[in-house]
Design a protein around this ligand. Structure first.
Ligand code: DC
Length: 232
């Protein structure tokens, strides 16, 4: 589908592990909006490069790959993209690994990659509306968004949340390793020249350290209600 500039957009940006993904899904479900997990596109680009043996710092080649990615998001019961297909192959689990996330943050600074993914992301802006999760949704991809939220939490808390998630999946991980990976990823995402991770000037900054998901959801929905007059 092609971008419809009159469809409302809610952007949810912030560092890895701040809980954006869960909040984005809940807000999209509540409003019946479409969902864009923009990180998945960077993860898919990194995965496609690894599968084709292309070095992650080869901007020309990785940029070409990003432009021609054959991606399909298969919506779940509430319209969430639960399954992700790359060239017809279900890569949902492969793109969710820590390695793929770290590789995604290595291809993400490349200007050709960001340019290649820009319109693909904007084409998610269709009726009845969109909730977009990422790093530069409010600053670069949808600067005219109706509601902008920047979710953050201390690196220690984000590492702990991730640790619990991975442990629940039966993965053997160390919290100290996760913390240093999160700190490295934050530094790469915030320090890059192109579309660095930072709150948009008109974003509501929500520090979720010590907050439960329900409390965060209420704050986001209250902001949406105040902004567009929708009673939720
Ligand atoms: O949100 P995530 O963990 O799936 O994102 C993976 C990486 O992709 C992240 O480290 C930085 C990059 N990314 C980005 O640069 N811009 C976005 N809008 C989303 C993700």
């Amino acid at each position: 589908m092609k971008q419809d500039l009159s469809a409302p957009v809610i952007t949810i940006d912030g560092p890895s592990g701040a809980g954006k993904g869960s909040i984005t899904q809940l807000v999209a479900k509540k409003l019946g909006y479409h969902l864009l997990d923009s990180g998945a596109l960077y993860r898919l680009t990194a995965l496609a490069a690894t599968k084709s043996g292309i070095a992650l710092d080869n901007e020309e080649k990785v940029g070409e790959l990003a432009l021609s990615l054959d991606v399909k998001f298969v919506p779940g019961e509430y319209g969430e993209p639960v399954n992700v297909l790359l060239n017809g192959e279900d890569v949902t689990a492969q793109i969710r690994t820590e390695t793929c996330g770290n590789n995604a943050s290595k291809v993400a600074p490349l200007p050709k990659v960001r340019a290649a993914l820009l319109q693909r992301q904007r084409d998610f802006q269709v009726f009845p509306g969109l909730v977009a999760d990422g790093r530069d949704m409010g600053t670069v991809v949808f600067p005219g968004a109706l509601v902008k939220v920047y979710m953050t939490a201390s690196a220690e808390e984000r590492a702990e949340r991730r640790y619990k998630q991975l442990k629940a999946k039966g993965e053997d991980v160390k919290i100290a390793t996760l913390l240093s990976e999160i700190q490295e990823r934050d530094a790469r995402d915030s320090g890059r020249a192109e579309a660095p991770l930072k709150p948009a000037e008109d974003a509501l900054v929500l520090d979720t350290t010590g907050l439960g998901i329900e409390e965060v959801l209420v704050q986001v929905l209250t902001l949406v209600e105040k902004t567009n007059g929708t009673v939720i």
